[in-house]
Design a protein around this ligand. Structure first.
Ligand code: PMP
Length: 344
């Protein structure tokens, strides 16, 4: 058998454990299922799909509905199977062997994996003491700059003046990942034809299983993304389901307030334990146990049927763990188990 030409990327770097447990707080999903009214409407709509036909290649209905939600035009919207596919399409179109991407660790691991699989050179950036980016540190030589704001896995929102980089650097493409934006306040607005904002249905929308994400950008860039992605990449069932989700967006989003309140309570609870815990503008919280090995704490929680994310081997994140905000019951169970583990 021949060797893969991309051995590192083929091995992949996405390793969220899939373990059968009672409480799953490891992948930053929404803890609540869509309401019964959504499922009922979905059932009706899916029944009418003509599966013998290819789907609408331009996904025009969902692009129009997303454009309304975003206050933009449908030509400014590109839709794909999760924001991971949006990111991959951006790298396929604008990255590659002669291009570089600026990535400041710690940040979302898929950027590195996609850069490698598209053979885009990584320019390693740095973050300040508080893990935030400083506009003066962002390497001007990189053609692509990825900024995850709020950032995964730190949970922090950026604070100062980064958006003014876009007009100053017309030869760079700024990819702003807004996966967790709905859990944050006062994020900077990025504008310009060299800016692409990436969003997802997987977090605040509560539809991780639907695999849907989108880009908001200049129509010229959207055309390029559509000429890069495979034809008919969004199946007909997904297009129907997405439309129902967009019609019921207000209802689906109504859980966001509750998740934010639960997150703040979770932080308060964590602060009463022997751990260092960071602020969060997302639906997850990063913490580091005092005088205990994070991996051992993670395993002890799995033994108690609670799965969180072991981030301790990620760049710059020594001895940290990341927990997704769950339902009040799940969060209480997690805190109780963690208290017990840390007391032993
Ligand atoms: N961006 C960030 C920052 C994420 O954390 C995630 C998922 N965890 C994604 C993008 C990808 O999300 P999806 O493909 O489900 O839209």
């Amino acid at each position: 058998m021949i060797e893969p030409s991309l051995p590192e990327a083929a091995a992949g770097s996405y390793h969220s454990a899939q373990v059968a447990v009672d409480v799953r707080l490891n992948t930053n999903e929404s803890p609540v299922s869509p309401p019964p009214a959504f499922m009922a409407r979905l059932g009706e709509r899916l029944a009418g799909v003509s599966l013998n036909r290819y789907p609408d290649r331009n996904a025009i209905d969902i692009r129009t509905a997303i454009a309304v939600k975003e206050g933009r035009h449908p030509e400014e919207i590109f839709v794909a199977n999760g924001s991971n596919e949006v990111l991959q399409t951006i790298f396929l179109a604008y990255g590659g062997p002669d291009r570089s991407v600026y990535l400041a660790q710690p940040t979302y691991g898929m950027y590195t994996q996609i850069a490698k699989s598209t053979r885009t050179t990584i320019v390693d950036g740095k973050r300040g003491e508080d893990w935030r980016l400083d506009r003066f540190d962002i390497d001007p030589s990189a053609e692509i700059v990825v900024i995850c704001d709020p950032n995964n896995p730190t949970g922090l929102a950026e604070v100062g003046g980064l958006a003014s980089l876009a007009p100053e650097r017309p030869d760079s493409l700024f990819v702003i990942d807004r996966a967790y934006a709905d859990f944050a306040d006062g994020l900077e607005a990025w504008l310009g034809s060299n800016v692409v904002e990436v969003k997802t249905f997987s977090k605040a929308f509560g539809m991780a299983g639907l695999r849907l994400g989108y880009a908001v950008a200049d129509p010229e860039m959207i055309k390029v993304l559509y000429s890069t992605v495979l034809p008919y990449h969004l199946d007909s069932l997904k297009q129907r389901a997405a439309l129902v989700a967009l019609e019921m967006a207000d209802e689906l989003f109504s859980v966001v307030g509750e998740i934010r309140r639960e997150r703040d309570l979770l932080i308060e609870e964590l602060r009463s334990l022997p751990v260092r815990c960071w602020q969060s503008s997302t639906n997850f919280v990063l913490f580091a146990p005092d005088h205990r090995e994070a991996r051992a704490v993670w395993s002890a929680l799995v033994e108690r049927s609670i799965l969180i994310r072991d981030s301790s081997t990620w760049p710059g994140l020594d001895n940290t763990l990341r927990v997704t905000v769950g339902t009040p019951g799940e969060n209480a169970r997690f805190i109780e188990a963690l208290r017990e583990v840390l007391a032993n």
